[in-house]
Ligand binder design. Structure first.
Ligand SMILES: NC(=O)c1ccc[n+]([C@@H]2O[C@H](COP(=O)([O-])OP(=O)(O)OC[C@H]3O[C@@H](n4cnc5c(N)ncnc54)[C@H](O)[C@@H]3O)[C@@H](O)[C@H]2O)c1
Length: 270
């Protein structure tokens, strides 16, 4: 029997937000499965260290500084990828920032920053990367949205950016059909070991974990499994779709919280 080829052998994968909690784990997992990984971020240290570790383990890859909000920055990164590898197979639009300000006090500058990074960034990325992906025979784009792209959220800026990314996903999937590029989105709930989760208040983290049907946050690798699936040929018939990686929170979170409150009430009532 012939030895199976590594899942991403010969594939070049670009990940934005590659210095963050999820981007670094996605990068490591792609590299472990044979991909050449290009990590990118506005912050260089952790992403560079992650690429160094991948290379020490025998994988190919590089780090490139990339601000997703700037079209020129995308062009620079693409130039580097074209020169180094001559192809691009997968784009993971993973970079993102959170906002926790309600609509009554939201400064316009905060709204604009969140929309620029979380929504305009992926749109610019798809525009910049699609031609090289077409020239590589097609590919897969995975947009990291959120459960905040499926529900209301305390921050209208974060929710709007993640709902918007869902719309960009489906529109781009339609537009890129004849270039053989699939576009899908992933919707995590709270993810442990990320700067984003670390910046939440202790009370929010406690309440969130208590309400989660699986009684915990997800690990970055649990979300990355969905990203790798959508990036791989195993999902060849999945396009313009959403994978929700939330332990059931969107679908059964409300009944779960109602049960908890019912138990609390019954206990207090003796
Ligand atoms: N952590 C969570 O609980 C959670 C939940 C749902 C969705 N998400 C989404 O997952 C994605 C990954 O975030 P994470 O969880 O790893 O958080 P993180 O804060 O650890 O990482 C985000 C990364 O994005 C980078 N970034 C910010 N602005 C950028 C820009 N202009 N250009 C390029 N990079 C930029 C940051 O430097 C950081 O390294 C985000 O899109 C986020 O919205 C996270």
């Amino acid at each position: 029997m012939a030895r199976a080829k590594a899942r991403f052998e010969g594939k070049v994968v670009l990940i934005t937000g590659g210095s963050g909690g999820q981007g670094r784990v996605q990068g490591r997992m792609f590299a472990e499965q044979g991909a050449t990984v290009v990590l990118s971020d506005v912050i260089e240290g952790p992403g560079k260290a992650a690429v160094k570790a991948m290379r020490a383990a025998g994988a190919a890859g590089l780090f490139t500084k990339l601000d997703v909000t700037a079209a020129a920055s995308w062009q620079q990164a693409l130039k580097r990828i074209r020169r180094a590898y001559g192809r691009l197979d997968v784009l993971v639009n993973n970079a993102g920032v959170v906002s926790r300000t309600g609509i009554r006090s939201l400064p316009l500058a905060e709204w604009q920053r969140v929309i620029a990074i979380n929504l305009t960034g992926p749109m610019l990325g798809i525009q910049a990367c699609a031609p090289l992906m077409r020239d590589s025979g097609g590919g897969s784009i995975v947009n990291i949205s959120s459960t905040a792209g499926l529900l209301g959220h305390p921050s209208p800026a974060y929710a709007a950016s993640k709902w918007g990314l869902r719309g960009v996903t489906k529109s781009a999937a339609l537009d890129l059909l004849d270039w053989n590029i699939r576009v899908n989105s992933v919707h995590p709930a709270q993810v442990a070991d990320t700067n984003m989760a670390a910046s939440a208040s202790p009370g929010y983290l406690h309440a969130n974990e208590r309400a989660m049907p699986l009684k915990r946050q997800s690990r970055p690798d649990e979300v990355a499994q969905a990203v790798l699936f959508l990036a791989s040929d195993e999902s060849s018939y999945i396009n313009a779709a959403e994978i929700v990686v939330d332990g059931g929170a969107v679908s059964i979170g409300l009944p779960r919280v109602r049960t908890l409150l019912e138990e609390d009430f019954d206990q207090a009532a003796g």
